[in-house]
Design a protein around this ligand. Structure first.
Ligand code: WT7
Length: 655
C-alpha cells in the first residue's frame, strides 16, 4: 500500500453534526434500521413516494440475475412525476430553475412554465415520429432546453442518449450509430469561456461522416435550439426548435409506461476502446435518485436553493440536476458557463445572487479554487450555504478541510458521495444530521444498499484492510445492462465474483468500518471526475499516421486528480516526416482532442523507442505510471527486455 494512502486512513478528525442541524434534519438513524429490517419493503416505501398510474405488486424480480426488474408490474410516467404532479399539488409558481447564462443573461422557469414547455416539446417530438422506445440523441449546452428535451423524450416513453457537449463529431457518430438514434437535438452553439462554442457543426460532421459505415442513416431530423446565434449550415433534415415549438399544441397528457421501460442510455468508458451504453430504466431509477437526493441533501423543497454544477452530459447531471431534484420539486440553479468566466469568483457570485443553500460539486473544482486562494470566495456572501456535497473522485482531506472552512464556514456538513454511471444514484455517503463526518472518506452505504470490500476471492477483508469494492444485493437504480451487449454486461461487472457486482474501484475499511475509495483498479482513468479509458485514447493515438504504438496511463495530478500521459512510438517510415514537425506532442495532443474531445487530450506525450512489455506482450502500465509520476521504477523482472525501462526513464527525464 502506498504510504500516502496509509496516512490518509489514520485520519482522526471527525465532525459530529451540530445540534442545530440535527434538530431539523430529514434523515434519522431509524432509516438504517428500517432498511435493515426489510430491505425490499424499505425500497417499496420509497417508490410509493412517486405517482404510480398502476401500483406495483412485486418489488424485485431477481429470478434471472444479473438482469433485475424493480417494481415491474407498476406503470408511471417519469416526466409527470417531475412536473405535472407538482403543478397539480399547487406548486406551479415555484421556481424549478434559476438559469444563469455565461454572459450574465438569466431566466427563471417555474414548474408551471417548465411543464408547459415539456408538453409542447413532447408534441414536437411525437410530430417527428418519436414514440415509446425510440432513441433520441441530445447534444446541447447547459440551457433550460436541455432539461426540456430530456423530459419531453421521457414523457413519450422514448429513450434519450445525452452526449456531452465537449465530445467530438466522431464520438457523436459512434453513439448515434450504437443506439440507432432517430433524432438529434442540438443547438447552434453555447457560451463557453467568453465566446460562442459551436455545436451544430459537430453534428453535421458526424452525420456527413456516414460514408461506408453501414447501410442506412437512422437519423431523420436534427432539431436545433438557437442559443449562440452563430452562423450554421442548414440541410433538409434540420428544423429550428423555436419554430417547431411555436407551432406545437400546448396540451399533452402524459401516458403511463411500465416501470422497466428504458429511460436513457449514457455512454461511459470501459477497459476497451469502445464506450459502453449504460442502460437505465424508469421506476427504480427515479425511486433511488429521488430518495438519495432528498436524504443526502436534507432537501427542503420550500426553502432550499440547490446547485449541482455537473453538466447534464454526465450521470451526475442526469440524476442530480434532472431526475432526482425535479421529482422532489426542488428549486435549482443551472449555469451555462465555466467557473472562471468572466472572473474567477463567478461561482461564488452565483451562490450569493441566488442564496444557494446546497452546493454539489467535484474535488477537481475545489482543488482549483483552493489554488487561487480564499480571497476570491471571501469577497462574496456565502452565508446561505447549509450543506456541501462532493462527487466524482476521492476528495483529499486537505481539499475537504478547505471546502468546509472557506465555503461552508465550518458549519455546513459535507457529504462525499460515491457512485457511478452504472449505479445510477448514490450508493455510499454520510447522511447529514446522522453521520459523524470524516475528511476523505465516503464512509457508509446508503440505507437499503449492501456494499462490501472483498479480496480477489470475494471474501470480506475486515476492518483495517483493503480490497475491491462490491455491491452484494441488487439496487433499484442499477444499470439494466449495456445497450445491445448483454454479454459485455455480464463479463464486465459479474463474472469476477459471480453473485456480486464488481465496481472496478479499490477500497479500504478503516478501524471504524468506514469506506475509503482508493481509485480504479482497471485501465480506466479519472480525469476531473470524468472517466476515460486508456484503450480509447490509445486507439485514437494509433489512428494518427505517425504512431506505431501507444500506451496511455493516468498519472496523479494536483488539480485534476489524474492526468492523461501518453507514451508513443513513431513509425519507422514516418521518422523523417515527423522530425520535420516542430512539436509532435502538440500534434498528437490535438489529434486526440479531435477524435474524442478536449477532455481526453493528454497532458504529456512522450515519444519513446520502446514500451515495457511482458513476455506475453502485455504493456506494463504500472511501470509507465511510475515514470509519469516521477517515481523510481518498481519491479521490472517480468519484462521481456529488462533494459527498456532504463531507456524510457532516460528519454523522459531528458525532456
Ligand atoms: C467512478 C465513476 C458518480 C458520478 C461521477 C462519476 C469515481 C465517483 C467518487 C467518490 C471516490 C469516486 C470512482 C467511480 N468516484 N465518486 N465520492 N469518491 N471516487 O461517474 O464517470 O461513472 O465514474 O468515479 O472511481 O468508479 P463515472
Amino acid at each position: 500500500m502506498n504510504p500516502q494512502i496509509d496516512n490518509l486512513l489514520h485520519e482522526n478528525r471527525k465532525f459530529p453534526p451540530s445540534d442545530a442541524f440535527v434538530s431539523q434534519a430529514l434523515a434519522t438513524a431509524a432509516l438504517y434500521d428500517e432498511a435493515k429490517a426489510d430491505r425490499l419493503e424499505f425500497w417499496a416505501n420509497q417508490a410509493r413516494e412517486l405517482h404510480w398510474d398502476t401500483p406495483f405488486t412485486q418489488t424485485l424480480d431477481w429470478s434471472n440475475p444479473p438482469f433485475a426488474k424493480w417494481f415491474d408490474d407498476g406503470t408511471l410516467n417519469v416526466a409527470y412525476n417531475c412536473l405535472d404532479r407538482h403543478v397539480e399539488a399547487g406548486n406551479g409558481d415555484r421556481v424549478a430553475f434559476h438559469w444563469e447564462g455565461e454572459q450574465g443573461d438569466s431566466r427563471s422557469v417555474t414548474y408551471a412554465e417548465l411543464t408547459a414547455e415539456v408538453k409542447r416539446a413532447a408534441n414536437v417530438l411525437s410530430g417527428l415520429g418519436i414514440g415509446q422506445g425510440d432513441r433520441v440523441a441530445i447534444y446541447l449546452p447547459m440551457i433550460p432546453e436541455a432539461v426540456v428535451a430530456m423530459l419531453a423524450v421521457a414523457r413519450l416513453g422514448a429513450v434519450h442518449s445525452v452526449i456531452f457537449g465537449g465530445f467530438s463529431a466522431d464520438s457523436i457518430r459512434s453513439r448515434v450509430d450504437d443506439a440507432s438514434a432517430k433524432l438529434v437535438i442540438t443547438a447552434d452553439g453555447g457560451w463557453r469561456k467568453g465566446k460562442v462554442s459551436a455545436l451544430k457543426p459537430a453534428v453535421d460532421a458526424a452525420l456527413e461522416a456516414r460514408g461506408d459505415l453501414g447501410p442506412q442513416e437512422t437519423v431523420t431530423n436534427v432539431l436545433v435550439v438557437k442559443r449562440g446565434e452563430n452562423q450554421v449550415d442548414w440541410t433538409d433534415r434540420d428544423l429550428w426548435w423555436h419554430e417547431e415549438m411555436a407551432k406545437a399544441d400546448a396540451e399533452h397528457e402524459a401516458q403511463p409506461f411500465p416501470a422497466e421501460n428504458p429511460l436513457f442510455i449514457l455512454y461511459t468508458s470501459g477497459t476497451t476502446g469502445k464506450p459502453k451504453g449504460i442502460l437505465h430504466t424508469s421506476g427504480g431509477y427515479l425511486t433511488q435518485s429521488a430518495f438519495t437526493h432528498k436524504v443526502v441533501f436534507d432537501l427542503k423543497p420550500e426553502s432550499d436553493v440547490y446547485w449541482c454544477t455537473a453538466d447534464i452530459g454526465w450521470i451526475t447531471g442526469h440524476s442530480y440536476v434532472v431526475y432526482g431534484p425535479l421529482a422532489n420539486g426542488t428549486t435549482q440553479v443551472l449555469y451555462e458557463g465555466t467557473p472562471d468566466t468572466p472572473h474567477p469568483g463567478r461561482w461564488w457570485e452565483i451562490i450569493e445572487k441566488y442564496k444557494v443553500t446546497t452546493f454539489y460539486t467535484a474535488p477537481t473544482a475545489i482543488r482549483s479554487f483552493m489554488k487561487l486562494g480564499r480571497k476570491i470566495p471571501k469577497k462574496f456572501d456565502l452565508s446561505s450555504i447549509r450543506l456541501l456535497g462532493s462527487v466524482g473522485e476521492p476528495i483529499n482531506p486537505e481539499a475537504w478541510m478547505w471546502y468546509r472552512k472557506v465555503i461552508g464556514a465550518k458549519a455546513a456538513p459535507i457529504v462525499d458521495t460515491w457512485w457511478q454511471t452504472e449505479t445510477g444514484a448514490m450508493m455510499i455517503s454520510a447522511l447529514p444530521g446522522v453521520t459523524e463526518t470524516k475528511p476523505g472518506s465516503a464512509q457508509v452505504p446508503i440505507p437499503g444498499i449492501s456494499i462490501d470490500v472483498v479480496d480477489d476471492d470475494g471474501v470480506h477483508v475486515g476492518t483495517g484492510n483493503g480490497g475491491l469494492l462490491v455491491v452484494t444485493e441488487p439496487w433499484p437504480s442499477m444499470l439494466r445492462g449495456i445497450w445491445g451487449d448483454p454479454e459485455r454486461y455480464q463479463e464486465t461487472y459479474w463474472d469476477k465474483f459471480g453473485d456480486k457486482y464488481f465496481a472496478g474501484d479499490g477500497a479500504r475499511l478503516d478501524d471504524d468500518g468506514d469506506i475509503w475509495l482508493l481509485g480504479r483498479v482497471d485501465d480506466v482513468m479519472n480525469v476531473s471526475g470524468h472517466r476515460l479509458s486508456t484503450a480509447e485514447i490509445e486507439s485514437a493515438l494509433v489512428a494518427h499516421p505517425f504512431t506505431a504504438e501507444a500506451a496511455v496511463v493516468g498519472a496523479a495530478d494536483e488539480t485534476t486528480g489524474q492526468a492523461v500521459v501518453a507514451f508513443v512510438i513513431i513509425k519507422e517510415s514516418m521518422l523523417e516526416e515527423s522530425a520535420a514537425v516542430e512539436d509532435i506532442a502538440a500534434v498528437l495532443r490535438s489529434h486526440v482532442g479531435e477524435q474524442i474531445g478536449p477532455i481526453a487530450r493528454p497532458r504529456d506525450v512522450f515519444v519513446v523507442n520502446e514500451l515495457p512489455k511482458t513476455r506475453s506482450g502485455k504493456i506494463m502500465r504500472r511501470l509507465l505510471r511510475d515514470v509519469a509520476e516521477g517515481r523510481d521504477v518498481g519491479d521490472t523482472t517480468t519484462l521481456a527486455d529488462t533494459t527498456v525501462m532504463q531507456i524510457i526513464t532516460g528519454q523522459v527525464s531528458a525532456k
